[in-house]
Design a protein around this ligand. Sequence first.
Ligand SMILES: C[S@@+](CC[C@H](N)C(=O)[O-])C[C@H]1O[C@@H](n2cnc3c(N)ncnc32)[C@H](O)[C@@H]1O
Length: 242
Amino acid sequence: MTAWDPAHYEQFERERAQPGHDLMARIDLTAPHRIVDLGCGTGRLTGLLADRYPTADVLGIDRSSEMLSEAAGRVRYRQADIVEWEPDGPLDLIYANASLQWIPDHPRLFPRLHQMLAAGGVLAVQMPLSWDQPSHRIMRRVGEEFGVDPQAPPTLEPTAYYQLLGEAEIWVTTYYHRLSGPNPVFRWVSATGMKRFLGQIPYDGHDEFRARCARLIEEAYPAGPDGATVFPFRRLFIIDRA
Ligand SMILES: C[S@@+](CC[C@H](N)C(=O)[O-])C[C@H]1O[C@@H](n2cnc3c(N)ncnc32)[C@H](O)[C@@H]1O
């Protein structure tokens, strides 16, 4: 996997953060004591959790030292892999915005996270559902020419999470992001979803892979008469309660 680049990732900060805000708004806890943000990235949303729950102990976990180097504030941060990380006690809130689609084996992962919750605790998750969108179909098609074996994200059909979690609230939202600037959808996906592909391509092929994808993605998402490009983006939300 190629390294995360915080400056590139934050280019569409407002649009990327909106689902994180929407997920947070559906958490109905009044005073959780122990909160963990899994895959916290630069810690922007982790800081908002800390502001919303000022007396809570808030911990951000991420594997990327590059992303964590941007994190600050009263939150504690730890560099760790979600696959192996274990809390040292029951948690009142596990928040995971746009991160668990990078973690394999959801039939194992979700029950494991559920078991980390204290009684009355909440697991709040948001994951993109972009694998079948034109942007990702293009990356798959070009990737095949570069010998990439396309590894679909581990994200399951929405209803499968009921089988794993039992009582939960599950919904899907399509955001119609209105983006500006040149080829914005390419700039968006090249900071995130493209990592699945670049990780399998030798470094000296990255520029050509990017250039081929850039051209096709620009054609698939043309700018409108006002110069803005609309990027439809589906996302899956889960609120699970212990
Ligand atoms: C799309 S970013 C989301 C960041 C943040 N949650 C947000 O919404 O802005 C995904 C994050 O998940 C982290 N990540 C991916 N796989 C991980 C793993 N196995 N363990 C810990 N963090 C991981 C990446 O380093 C990255 O910071």
